[in-house]
Design a protein around this ligand. Structure first.
Ligand SMILES: [Cu+2]
Length: 496
């Protein structure tokens, strides 16, 4: 079947291109045919062969190809600075692996022996930790205790047997590097397939950054975050999960950052079937629609997509459903704030007098560094500068090319209402950019949808068969339009 050949070719091409920038992304492959029912050793299995794992799709993140060396699956990861477009036109300087943050997804089978070559192309030392892996101590990647950190320009070769199954991840074990994006998913497929069988299997990595406007580098010292991402993209740049009506869906959520994220799904109840420790016994599965994914945790949720429609999947922390929250919004829509932070010295916790809990220091300690925290909102509302809020003077300058800028709908007496504005100038049709984030997975969404999607948000699109097929067809077409990648000499895909 040609889809399998394409897949192998893509994997090979990806292996060659690894060192440069991108390897193939899930979207570039036909997930519905090319990978489903396909054993990871390359042997095609019957469509409903229950003995073969289905590759997990990580929208917007590439798969990491491997090569076989005897009976060892060999992967190659390069820790390096990356340019990541987290939002249309917002290209930021992160640190990641093989050209992206998060790094490419690794998928193996329970019982595999793997070798992972880690090259450090960062300007400082790093170390790779295999989070939750039950492997020999010297392979754990704990800098200073289980190994020397990998120096800049250096390499460390990890090799171990994997007897576990579940949703795992790899990450730099240097704390500040974690906050620069250094994580990737590591899926261990079970020897015996999970029951019930899932038709779709997705993984989403959650990350957060503090990046002020006109700055490209995250402030990893910051403790408040204004860019929240799913798989390295902030809504509406996230890629919807495409599901056929009636399918059983698994979504694997992974969190590495400074916050815990309550992830909420619209329109369906789900059960949590796994954690960062692997599959959970079925007796523990209770219905829910929001799962708290704590820092360093993973959660697998499953549901039958029985309710057709475009359903939001998002972190429910209100500030995590926004983009670029910063004090810059203040001057635009808010006036006469009260200063909340203290000076830098005290803001950083260097007390000059009194104790941390004293009346003087307590309430504002550490806040001086926060995005948007330098001025508190006053209890009574102050009027906007323009007399008529529908004729907001500051807005034209903010327009991005391609944005469907309109006027926010506000009432005539808006300025007299305490608290106004809240979302009026921050989300809605005026912030829509449907065309800028156009892709097959967004086909047929309600016009203007993108104005209401930001931060850690995406859709689970539960589609009737004809619409589903249409999107898969569009995806194929898009893939067909891309120039064919060349196979690199020396990279051979050997069957097990
Ligand atoms: Cu959140």
């Amino acid at each position: 079947m040609s889809s399998r050949r394409d897949f192998l070719r893509n994997i090979l091409a990806g292996a060659g291109a690894m060192a440069s920038a991108r390897v193939l992304s899930a979207q570039e492959m036909d997930m519905s045919q090319g990978m489903q029912g396909m054993k990871m050793n390359g042997k095609k299995q019957p469509e409903h062969g229950h003995s073969s794992p289905m590759l997990v799709e990580t929208p917007d993140v590439a798969h990491l190809p491997w090569r076989m060396d005897g009976n060892v699956k060999e992967f190659h990861l390069i820790a390096e600075p990356v340019k990541q477009e987290i939002f249309p036109g917002r290209i930021v300087d992160l640190w990641g692996y093989n050209g992206s943050a998060p790094g490419p997804t690794i998928q193996v089978n329970q019982g595999d022996r793997v070798r992972i070559i880690v090259d450090n192309h960062l300007p400082e030392a790093t170390s790779m930790h295999w989070h939750g892996f039950e492997i020999p101590n010297e392979m754990d990647g704990a800098p200073g205790s289980s190994q020397d950190p990998i120096p800049p320009g250096g390499r460390f070769v990890y090799e171990f047997m994997l007897h576990q199954e579940g949703t795992y991840f790899y990450h730099s074990h240097m704390a500040m590097q974690e906050m620069m994006g250094m994580i990737g998913a590591f899926i261990m497929h079970p020897r015996e397939l999970y029951k019930p069988r899932a038709d779709k299997d997705f993984a989403i990595i959650m990350q957060e950054y503090a990046i002020l406007p006109n700055i490209k580098v995250p402030n990893s010292m910051n403790m408040e975050f204004n860019w929240l991402t799913f798989n390295g993209k902030a809504g509406p740049a996230t890629t919807p999960l495409i599901v056929r009506h009636g399918e059983r869906v698994r979504i694997r959520l992974i969190n590495l950052g400074m916050d815990h994220h309550p992830i909420h799904l619209h329109g369906h109840q789900f059960v949590v079937t796994g954690t960062e420790g692997g599959r959970q016994p079925q007796s523990t599965w209770g219905p829910g629609n929001t799962v708290l994914v704590g820092v360093a945790q993973s959660r697998d949720l499953e549901f039958v997509a029985s309710n057709p429609g475009d359903w939001m999947l998002h972190c429910h922390l209100p500030h995590h459903m926004m983009n670029q929250m910063s004090s810059m919004v203040g001057p635009m829509s808010r006036r006469n704030g009260m200063p909340a932070g203290l000076d830098m010295e005290r803001g950083m916790g260097m007390l000059r007098q009194g104790s941390a809990t004293s009346e003087e220091n307590g309430p504002s300690l550490g806040r001086g560094l926060g995005v948007g925290s330098t001025a508190e909102q006053t209890t009574s509302n102050s009027p906007l500068k323009p007399a008529n809020p529908t004729q907001h003077q500051d807005m034209p300058d903010m327009q991005h090319q391609g944005m469907q800028m309109g006027k926010p709908e506000v009432s005539k007496d808006a300025n007299s209402v305490p608290g106004f504005p809240q979302d009026a100038f921050m989300e809605g049709p005026m912030m829509a950019m449907d065309q800028m984030v156009d892709k097959p997975e967004n086909f047929g969404l309600r016009p203007g949808w993108s104005g209401f999607m930001a931060g850690m948000m995406t859709f689970v699109r539960v589609l009737p068969p004809d619409k589903y097929d249409q999107i898969i067809e569009l995806r194929k077409k898009q893939e067909g339009n891309k120039p064919m990648k060349m196979e690199m000499p020396g990279m051979e895909h050997k069957h097990e």
